[in-house]
Design a protein around this ligand. Sequence first.
Ligand SMILES: Cc1cc2nc3c(=O)[nH]c(=O)nc-3n(C[C@H](O)[C@H](O)[C@H](O)COP(=O)(O)OP(=O)(O)OC[C@H]3O[C@@H](n4cnc5c(N)ncnc54)[C@H](O)[C@@H]3O)c2cc1C
Length: 291
Amino acid sequence: MKPPRFEYLAPASVEEALGMLAEHGEQAKVLAGGQSLVPLLNFRLVRPGYLVDLNEVPGLDGIRAEDGTLVLGAMTRQRAVETSAVVRERCPLLAEAMPQIGHVQIRNRGTIGGSLAHADPAGELPAVVAALGGALVVRSARGRRVLTPEQFFVAYLTTALDPTELLVEVRLPVTPPRTGTAFVEVSRRHGDFALVGVAVTLTLDAAGMCTGAAIALTGVGPTPVVAADAAGELVGVAPTAPAFDRAGRRVSEALMPDGDLHASREYRRHVAGVLTRRALARAAERAVGAS
Ligand SMILES: Cc1cc2nc3c(=O)[nH]c(=O)nc-3n(C[C@H](O)[C@H](O)[C@H](O)COP(=O)(O)OP(=O)(O)OC[C@H]3O[C@@H](n4cnc5c(N)ncnc54)[C@H](O)[C@@H]3O)c2cc1C
């Protein structure tokens, strides 16, 4: 199918883009990498009157580390994030998740902001941002606001973004010392969306006891699911296989994912528990080596 008719707008600055969004409101749709939007247009599942193309807008991409925070512009291509030495060094969880998104051709065009704004319930990036407790910076002609992942991801393919707002950057805390992270997922074929994915972080003290943990899952709910109870129970205990087994069981029991043609509810719950255990074990090994 071909897309429905729309008027193509190519702003040359963030301010111009925000002005266009303010003027056209719900009639407008932002075009980033097009990897989700173009199929939606071609299937005529969305019918915007105006397409606001961000690809020639300067200042919306780039990766920089500032004061313990990794800042990623919304238009940064997924492939640029994947191949960034700064990301690998400062935020290994994000680096590990990136190659699991689709295929390299998709990551060459797809953007980090597009993935987050699209909010696919099986996407890797929402779970990474949720596990890390990142911040999503949003702008409109009226001003700027900063949202937590819990505020930003509202429902299936739905975020708190107003039609007049742009996601402009994502801020992630740099991984602290003695912290290991891991992202693991199961998908039917390489490049498919995850059936289930788990992002974890685990921090150990000098004696090797766990002082902090975070677990977030994808593919098991309409938004990323943060398993705060299971993670909280790891604090103050030794990072052992039985502790990780308990955490996996806790995660599995707390979930109530929908079954669909790809996987049943029971399968997703089971896999979520297994992947949580594996991710925690991997993160613990890495934490020992992370000074
Ligand atoms: C075959 C295939 C396999 C894929 N596999 C995976 C996978 O395994 N995991 C995964 O996570 N994704 C996967 N994707 C999706 C891919 O990651 C997309 O790139 C991503 O979902 C959207 O990013 P984009 O930059 O292409 O955004 P676009 O497609 O341009 O936009 C997506 C949506 O976000 C909005 N938007 C974009 N940028 C902004 C912004 N800055 N502010 C406000 N709104 C914005 C758009 O208006 C649109 O509604 C796959 C895609 C394909 C085609």
